[in-house]
Design a protein around this ligand. Structure first.
Ligand code: OOB
Length: 551
């Protein structure tokens, strides 16, 4: 398995260095910088654990010594699947300090995704929680070890049995006093893509590019040493990690507070107790918070900035943020592949409410192209393509995906249909690819279809996104059964669940249909099929009653 790399053309790399975007610092060195600069200040609060910057570095150094002592070589990949607990940050920073490459797995992911990511990254180890939201990770970790020959070891944050105890890693070793040397242009970690086709792809981010993106974000979001940033979304997501995220917050000496759940009953008391100033949410959660805030007895008055992103936030909802929550809305339109846009805190209300902002960096280049690849005229929406100092030039080990997703000149095709206003701000209007943006989680239509077709009764399936008041979008699967076969929607959902996949991929709705339209040559073009099904069943003017899935 080749080690992940990420390479910008020489002239671009030189420009990014010359302009100071790439500081030439690795994550290990960065941890030393912040520990030395902010030493006694509180870096992290999670449950009953509170660590200063000095203590956070010490905790990371202990983990890193443990990894080194167990023979993990610089550059080795380690899957990290931890919820927002006190271990997340020390473990991840410990991996960086030991020169290892975290691969971020969401707590919601299950065996199938874990195996896919372990194999795709050539990971040597997996780190899991004992349990989270009723799911017990140890059996899954054992199955992953059995299925992935390169995976040597699973660490568990809890009772270990035959697995390795995460805390035992920090015993019997002296903390590593210096970070294991890496080059700033090396891949620091692998993020997973939301993806439009098949399984998630791996996104290699370098020390140089990522550190730039969150340090610049902290400035744009006005996070300072006096701020308290709450990690409400799963910490493994790019959004709460770097936009401005816990890394942006740490880069300026702020306090980072981990919430185990973003639900108001967990988050609101924490906001009051920790005087939270900044937090990032996906639109459905922002709606939930706005619903709950007027009735809460908890003091939310410390909130200064609410970042909302991951999916389109409607102007109606956006306009209510300030009156209801009393803080400034800052829209974030970003992607794990790189480019992040923000509305600026001092923008006029019209910009804050109606746009998804503009890029972080003056050297973020943006191209809006029509379907045929020609640039759209000013004022006409196009498919957003981008390149810049923190946008990847290719996925890890994925020649086909790279061929589809990157065009001449190295621009990444985001698949988002975007309008660029004369003031430079972007409005996201839709997307060209077929995925479902379910409350900010991107689910590939193709991936769900593949799971459905694996059922013996299913002849064919097409999955579409349907507007949903709460989730933004939900998934609806159209299913054609083999002649003489019968299966209930509930049974199909249970079948999918048993395939060990993240629950957010199970279709929200299943509609059985007799057959799919084919093209003139008898082939089913998935893209037009999905579009036609959506049009027939869900277009507002033509929407007709459809057999709903029983709950
Ligand atoms: C964030 O990252 P991903 O990688 O999960 O998803 C990226 C995609 C974008 O291409 C776009 O389709 C959608 O999510 N998206 C938005 C949006 N923010 C993201 N669509 C409409 N409006 C927005 N504000 O989702 C992500 C990464 C960093 C920061 C924030 C979000």
């Amino acid at each position: 398995m080749s080690a992940p790399t990420q390479i910008w053309p020489q002239d671009f790399a030189q420009t990014y260095r010359d302009k100071g975007y790439w500081r030439g610092v690795t994550f290990g060195e960065w941890l030393d910088e912040i520990a030395e600069k902010y030493g006694p200040a509180t870096a992290m609060v999670a449950g009953d654990t509170q660590l200063s910057y000095t203590q956070l570095r010490s905790a990371a150094q202990l983990y890193s010594a443990g990894f080194v002592a167990r023979g993990y070589q610089p550059g080795a990949r380690v899957l990290v699947q931890l919820p927002n607990t006190a271990q997340f940050l020390p473990v991840v920073l410990g991996l960086f300090y030991a020169g290892l490459v975290p691969v971020y797995v969401l707590p919601a992911h299950r065996l199938r995704e874990v195996v896919h990511l372990a194999v795709g990254s050539g990971a040597r180890a997996l780190i899991v929680a004992q349990s989270h939201e009723g799911f017990d990770y140890a059996p899954m970790a054992r199955d992953a070890l059995a299925q992935c020959p390169d995976l040597q070891e699973a660490f568990i944050d809890g009772a270990a049995d035959d697995l390795t105890s995460l805390t035992a890693l920090t015993h019997d070793t002296a903390p590593l006093e210096q970070p294991v040397a890496r080059a700033p242009g090396d891949v620091a970690f692998l993020q997973i893509s939301g993806g439009t086709t098949g399984f998630p792809k791996l996104i290699p981010r370098t020390h140089d590019d990522y550190i730039y993106s969150f340090e610049a974000s902290a400035q744009i979001c006005a996070v300072t040493a006096q701020s308290s940033y709450m990690v409400a979304l799963p910490a493994a997501h790019n959004f709460p990690m770097s936009s401005p995220g816990f890394l942006g917050a740490l880069s300026v000496g702020a306090k980072v507070v981990f919430a185990l759940s973003p639900a108001p009953d967990t988050a609101f008391p924490l906001i009051a107790a920790q005087r939270i100033t900044h937090v990032g949410l996906v639109p459905p959660l922002a709606l939930l918070w706005m619903q709950a805030a007027p009735k809460t007895t908890h003091d939310l008055s410390s909130l200064q900035v609410l970042n909302v992103g991951g999916a389109k936030f409607t102007p109606e909802a956006a306009a209510r943020v300030k009156p209801v929550l009393g803080c400034t809305l800052q829209q974030v339109f970003g992607m794990a592949e790189g480019l992040v846009n923000y509305t600026r805190l001092d923008d006029p209300q019209d910009v804050i409410i109606h746009t998804q902002g503009r890029p972080i960096c003056p050297d973020d280049e943006i191209l809006l192209l029509a379907e045929d690849g020609t640039p759209t005229p000013p004022g006409v929406p196009g498919i957003l393509h981008t390149r810049g100092p923190y946008t990847i030039r290719g996925y890890h080990n994925a020649p086909e995906a790279n061929h589809r997703s990157f065009i001449d000149g190295g621009y990444y095709c985001t698949g988002d249909i975007v309008l660029r206003r004369p003031d430079g701000n972007l409005e996201v209007q839709g997307r060209a690819g077929d995925h479902i943006n379910r409350a900010g989680e991107k689910v590939s239509a193709e991936e769900i279809e593949d799971h459905l077709i694996a059922h013996e009764a299913v002849f064919d399936a097409a999955v579409v996104s349907v507007p949903d008041t709460f989730l933004g979008e939900r998934s609806c699967a159209f299913v054609v059964l083999h002649d003489d076969q019968k299966v209930s929607p509930a049974a199909l959902k249970a079948f999918m669940r048993a395939r060990d996949i993240a629950a957010f991929k199970i279709p929200d709705q299943i509609i059985f249909t007799a057959k799919f339209q084919t093209t003139a040559v008898g082939k089913v073009d998935r893209k037009s099929l999905r579009a036609a099904l959506k049009e027939t069943h869900f277009a507002p003017q033509t929407a007709k009653s459809t057999p709903e899935t029983p709950a």
